[in-house]
Design a protein around this ligand. Structure first.
Ligand SMILES: [Zn+2]
Ligand SMILES: [Zn+2]
Length: 351
């Protein structure tokens, strides 16, 4: 019987310290999860580098979580021991204006695991059962990508794009590629745009997109029009967080079209009002994901209609983690790093 576990704590910007800490006990309404796989996200990278304004130190990072239930409080009956689960890493207040209208993703008190409270860069974590979703028939390393895919699913739902529509996805990082992967599965025509040629050709090699364009190419606007019968894409999802990119999207949009910003830029954005007005543009932001988004992604993943295995291009063993290894992971050479926990041999069942 084990009682201690390894925890990695981000003590201050640039520092990740290994600690031994007691395995938590599930409180009422909670289950204890043994980690199986943990995705590393831009949020973690920003926190590690000191560029995440909502993050205070010391804090345990990590919110893209797949694990298995090893213990549950007496009042948690629906999650059997051994059940594979993922975590919905957001807590909403249920009382604010947005929550009362069912828009929990923009709760004014939204609290994110691994940002506002401790995350899961550790061997075990106790989580409220209502934040857990069972996953079956999904590789644990893929299941760690359900959260970033759900972010994309939320942006896509916000856009209202449907089967047969044409969607321009700008930015071929993990979120943009997740949006494109889900949209393709739903029969939406994808145009992928990315300024990094290497990343663009890598993404096309993996996912096989027919229409892939570099927004910095001189004939970009003309080519976008040429492949959309002259009217431009009816839907644009910008996953760059880059102000110049976000500012330019309205110029490319079809009249009556919709733009969703899922990438976040921390400063101001500005665009031409004539371009915005004459199209009767719908412009939306997308933040976090709600339970329907998670359930949609789980269903698509379990039926292999989306391709998380093509996104995760760096699998790293938790036992070999170190500050320098994590620092190396934060370089943008990989699309998605997943930390895999040792799951060979018997599970250590905590007392
Ligand atoms: Zn994330
Ligand atoms: Zn709220």
């Amino acid at each position: 019987m084990v009682s201690e576990m390894t925890t990695w704590v981000c003590e201050q910007p640039g520092s990740l310290i290994k600690k031994s800490s007691p395995i938590p006990q599930p409180a009422a309404g909670q289950a204890l999860i043994r980690l199986r796989a943990l995705g590393i996200c831009g949020t973690d990278v920003h926190a590690f580098r000191g560029n995440q304004p909502m993050f205070d130190y010391p804090k345990i990072m990590g919110h893209e979580i797949c694990g298995e239930v090893v213990k549950a409080a007496d009042d948690v009956e629906h999650l059997p021991i051994g059940q594979a689960v993922i975590v919905i890493p957001y807590k909403h207040c249920g009382e604010c204006y947005a929550c009362q209208r069912g828009r929990i993703t923009c709760c004014t008190k939204l609290s994110v695991m691994g940002v506002h409270y401790h995350g899961a860069m550790q061997e075990y974590v106790a989580v409220d059962a209502k934040q857990l979703l069972a996953v079956d028939d999904i590789d644990v390393r893929d299941a760690a990508l359900i959260e970033p895919y759900a972010i994309g699913a939320h942006a896509l739902a916000r856009s209202g794009a449907k089967q047969g529509d044409t969607l321009l996805v700008v930015g071929a990082g993990a979120i943009g590629l997740g949006v494109a992967d889900i949209a393709s599965a739903l029969g939406i025509n994808i145009i992928l745009a990315e300024v990094n040629e290497g990343r663009l050709s890598e993404a096309c090699g993996r996912f096989g997109y027919l229409h892939a364009l570099n927004p910095l190419a001189v004939d970009y606007a003309g080519r976008l029009k040429a492949i959309t019968e002259g009217h431009g894409p009816g839907f644009i999802i910008d996953a760059t967080g880059n102000a110049a990119s976000m500012n330019s999207q309205v110029e490319h949009l079809a009249a009556s079209g919709t733009i969703v910003f899922v990438g976040l830029h921390k400063g101001e954005i500005s665009f031409n009002d004539l371009a915005f007005h004459k199209r009767e543009t719908t412009m939306l932001a997308s933040r976090a994901a709600d339970i329907q988004d998670f359930e949609q992604v789980i269903a698509l993943m379990a039926t292999k209609r989306i391709h998380p295995e093509l996104l995760r291009d760096n699998i790293f063993p938790f036992n070999e983690l170190s500050q320098s290894a994590f620092s190396d992971m934060t370089q943008p050479k990989n699309i998605k790093t997943v930390i895999e926990f040792d799951n060979t041999g018997d599970v250590d069942r905590p007392e």
